[in-house]
Design a protein around this ligand. Sequence first.
Ligand code: KIV
Length: 276
Amino acid sequence: MRTTLDDLAAMKRLGEKIVMLTAYDYPSALICERAGVPILLVGDSLGMVMHGHDTTLPVSLDMMVLHAAAVSRGAQKALVVADLPFLTYATAEDAIRSAGRLMQEAGVQAVKLEGGAQIEAQVRRLVDFGVPVMGHLGFTPQSQHQIGLKVQAKAADAARKLMDEALMLQDAGCFAIVLELVPAPLAQAVSERLAIPTIGIGAGAGCDGQVQVWHDILGLYEGKPKRHAKRYAEIGALIEQAVKTYVAEVQAGEFPTASNAAKMDEAVLSEALYGR
Ligand code: KIV
């Protein structure tokens, strides 16, 4: 059975931690299913980790639909949530059209929107029409040129605004809210004040759940690990070693061997090449 919004509400009530992980393609969705991840996020972070952009801003709705459809084909049990990309939900009408494509063409069960007051009308309209919406407050990557890539809501007025916006998103019908790069004590206070689950990234252990980016936890990203991420494996190094071995074996004539190829009866080959 697929994870439902009721399951998530029950997990919050029972104090069971909620796990969300990003997925961008069919094989990673299959692995997450086998590992028991209850929520898969097709994040617009795919613009960076899958397509090599510096920010999420170049991600289009077509890109999201393509990746989300692949994830949906691999996910039978996880709730699949997809980001609405930059400026595809500027108005309620835009939001309905964009979410419609992700739900109808890509088969996701929910969408995620970044922001507070500026998306209230969009969230209300989506929820009115039966679209489950996840909110996203704190560091909202689509606004990174405006707010800077840093921990948000550290000052009292900004922290109060974040709390107010979290309550507003809950009232507007969001079923959960991502809190990204928010001071841990504030994220905990928001989590305690809300009836819906918070899912943190760089927001401490007081959130009701956690989300991480696939490439970060698997060591598929170059460079220093981010403070808010934990590497559970060094898959990038493993893949690099495997590819180097493949290159070396082909160059040395060690691959393929006879067992990697189909045999052919010599008489048949001779007939094909030289006739009867
Ligand atoms: O796009 C994304 O991967 C996200 C998560 C970091 C929450 O929004």
